[in-house]
Design a protein. Structure first.
Length: 211
């Protein structure tokens, strides 16, 4: 199969490209490199890389040409940054997603959209379940929920098969060391390996989910 991976040079996107190539698929990777890095794709030269912005609808449609599946991971990230730059997050995350979905419609491709657990906001009970009412508390969360809405609408209006995955804190090789939550895994690991005490904020009773 031929896949288009948006956000291909990012943390999750590059791992996805690597796995798809290993499974024998043809991969087109699209990224504007404002947050991702080509170094993340250095070991997968098989990926046909396209440097472009999601808001460039012509470039997105060209990249998606003859693709049977799209993995949409390109987005502005960070809850705090979205509070500081809500217009930018809306422009890229909300306006860019329909461009991907239009391309999917034209190519009869399936779409997997990278959403976020942040769409749940604060809930009265835990663990979270997918049927809970979304309560986004940040512009970032709102843009991800909007993306889910577009995906659902594209299935209802055009029959484009879509799935939205609400990722929790993703960690692993190549992750962003500045990640506020996911970085707790390597930090605690290093503390244990070096015999130092992990730093725990608050009373230690808080819980968080990781992917």
């Amino acid at each position: 199969m031929r896949f288009l991976v948006t956000g291909a040079a990012g943390f999750i996107g590059s791992h996805l490209c690597r796995r798809l190539v290993a499974d024998g698929h043809e991969v087109v990777g699209l990224d504007d490199l404002c947050e991702g890095s080509l170094e993340n794709l250095a070991d997968v030269p098989e990926v046909r890389f396209v440097e472009s912005d999601l808001c460039d609808v012509v470039a997105v449609r060209k990249a998606a040409a003859e693709c049977e599946a799209i993995r949409h991971h390109a987005a502005k990230k960070s809850v705090q940054r979205s509070v500081e730059q809500p217009e930018l997050f809306t422009d890229v995350n909300v306006r860019g997603t329909p461009h991907v979905l239009v391309a999917a419609r034209d190519e009869s491709a399936t779409v997997v959209f990278a959403s976020s657990s942040s769409i749940y906001g604060d809930q009265e009970r835990y663990p979270l379940t997918k049927d809970m009412e979304p309560r986004p508390r940040s512009p970032y969360a709102a843009t991800k929920l909007a993306g889910e809405g577009y995906c659902r609408a594209w299935w209802g209006s055009f029959g484009v098969p879509t799935v939205s995955l609400r990722y929790f804190n993703v960690y692993g090789p190549g992750q962003d060391p500045q990640s506020r939550y996911a970085a707790v895994i390597p930090r605690f690991t290093m503390a244990c390996l070096t015999g130092t005490t992990p730093i725990i904020y608050g009373d230690g009773e808080q819980a968080r989910d990781f992917t």
